[in-house]
Write a protein that binds this ligand. Structure first.
Ligand code: FES
Ligand code: FES
Length: 154
């Protein structure tokens, strides 16, 4: 099956096995291992990416379902929001094993793009689909707050 798709702004045209999901495409066909495979069944959010502007669990998206020329953004993106969040997560010690971190950052990126002034309660609600087993979440929320303040200052 031939696929034409944009990943982080780069155009790919590739033959993909018909059973491949977006997660398989990224990790196996393109060798982009930043997007993590956790539960593999839509429960943990570790595989979250931005697909045509919305956060999705890439383990649930079949490549055959994708509209032609879809746009996907992953943790390998060089977008300033993604980079700023990565920086804040490191500075705040908000990443430990790192399994949830790419999904957490991509879900946060989509959220802050839509609503830069999202408050703490909304951030917690919006990120409830991404599970972290290590950090207790507070450092993650602190890192997100730092990024919001950084972006507000310009
Ligand atoms: S790996 Fe996709 S939701 Fe857990
Ligand atoms: S840092 Fe280990 S699951 Fe979140």
């Amino acid at each position: 099956m031939k696929i034409e798709i944009f990943i982080n702004g780069i155009f790919y045209q590739k033959d993909v096995p018909p059973d491949h999901r977006l997660l398989d495409f990224l990790r196996e066909d393109l060798g982009m291992k930043g997007t993590k495979k956790g539960c593999d069944q839509g429960e943990c959010g570790a595989c979250s990416v931005i697909l045509n502007g919305k956060v999705v669990n890439s383990c649930l998206i079949m490549m055959v379902q994708l509209p032609e020329h879809s746009e996907v953004e992953t943790i390998e993106s060089t977008d300033s929001m993604v980079l700023s969040l990565q920086d804040s997560f490191v500075k705040r010690g908000a990443t430990q094993c790192g399994a949830c971190t790419p999904g957490m950052i991509m879900a946060t990126t989509a959220l802050l793009r839509n609503k830069p002034k999202t408050n703490d309660r909304e951030v917690r609600e919006e990120l409830s689909g991404v599970i972290c087993r290590c950090t207790g979440y507070q450092k993650i929320f602190d890192a997100i707050k730092d990024t919001q303040e950084h972006l507000e200052r310009g």
